[in-house]
Design a protein around this ligand. Structure first.
Ligand code: G1P
Length: 296
């Protein structure tokens, strides 16, 4: 049994990088192979033992609410038509009644602000935050790995991976004091530093297990990078009182907030499907050789 039971999914972003696809469809509903992006984070949370799901949404995201609802009429039709696989797929994507809720973020004031809105529902419990844009392909889900590690570290624990120096300004970066196995003990974190100011190349990936004291921090904190209330700053503010650690997870992270990352994830996850793998591999080989011929 896990000690972390509730997860927060900040999904209020506009998805402007995917316009016009996201003009009327939330970016979290774009299909990664044949499942909406959001399902990957929700499934990872379920695998980690999460039982309550809280989505921080914004205007135009009602498709997400509908997606996690039961759909008795569709289920009946699939069942009557003997479509057992499709029936299992839609049942798998519904969340149990009473297990999930939605809170609106009225204005885009940053990730720290979005997470702060979870306070009333989360209360005084450790909780997980999953940013669905970060999709992690791993033998054991990243959050499940982190829940195990958090049982030892306590405090705030963030998923972490090494990035190139040129990329540090796209991430929260850990100021690492020492390391034990996969755990990096941090003095704090810096949100989107310039390469010259970055304390390391160890970057925060969108998975967090947080102590509820973080709610006090986001409630009182000043605006940070980009003029927003940054979760990174709230975590850092506790570094003197609580363990703040990075967890070097096992797995491959795809940045599905960018079009290129999203396409790479689609290819990687499709190649995992036995029903798609042979045809897709052949197509990729053919596209590669045609490109080589054109380049020659
Ligand atoms: C957010 C966080 C950042 C983290 C990143 C991971 O940034 O603020 O610390 O490294 O997610 O994906 P965003 O990508 O939303 O600008």
């Amino acid at each position: 049994m896990t000690h972390v039971k509730i997860a927060v999914f900040p999904v209020a972003g506009l998805g402007t990088r995917f316009l016009p696809a996201t003009k009327s469809v939330p970016k979290e509903m774009l299909p990664l192979v044949d499942r909406p992006l959001i399902e990957y984070a929700v499934e990872e949370a379920r695998e980690a033992g999460i039982e309550e799901f809280l989505f921080i949404t914004s205007a135009g995201k009602t498709a997400l609410e509908d997606h996690f609802d039961a759909s008795p009429e569709l289920e009946r039709r699939l069942s009557n038509a003997g479509k057992a696989d499709q029936l299992a797929a839609i049942r798998r994507s519904a969340l149990p009644a009473g297990s999930h809720s939605f809170i609106r973020q009225d204005s885009p004031r940053g990730l720290g602000h979005a997470v702060g809105l979870a306070r009333r529902i989360v209360g005084n419990r450790p909780f997980a935050v999953l940013l669905p844009d970060d999709v992690i392909r791993a033998p054991q889900g990243c959050l499940a790995q982190m829940v195990d590690a958090h049982a030892r570290t306590g405090g705030h624990l963030v998923a972490a991976m090494e990035v190139a120096t040129a990329d540090v300004s796209s991430y929260g970066i850990l100021d690492v004091a020492s390391e034990t196995g996969r755990v990096a003990h941090a003095r704090g974190l810096v949100e989107k530093p310039s390469p010259e100011d970055a304390p390391s190349r160890l970057a925060v990936v969108g998975r967090y297990i947080l102590d509820p004291v973080v709610f006090d921090r986001v409630a009182t904190q000043r605006l940070g990078a980009g003029g927003e209330i940054q979760l990174t700053d709230a975590i850092t503010a506790d570094a003197g009182n609580l363990p703040v650690s990075g967890f070097r997870f096992e797995g491959q992270r795809y940045d599905c907030g960018s079009v290129a990352g999203f396409l790479k994830a689609n290819i990687a996850f499709a190649l995992d499907r036995p029903g798609l793998q042979p045809e897709l591999s052949d197509a990729l080989d053919m596209i590669g050789s045609l490109r080589m011929r054109h380049a020659a």
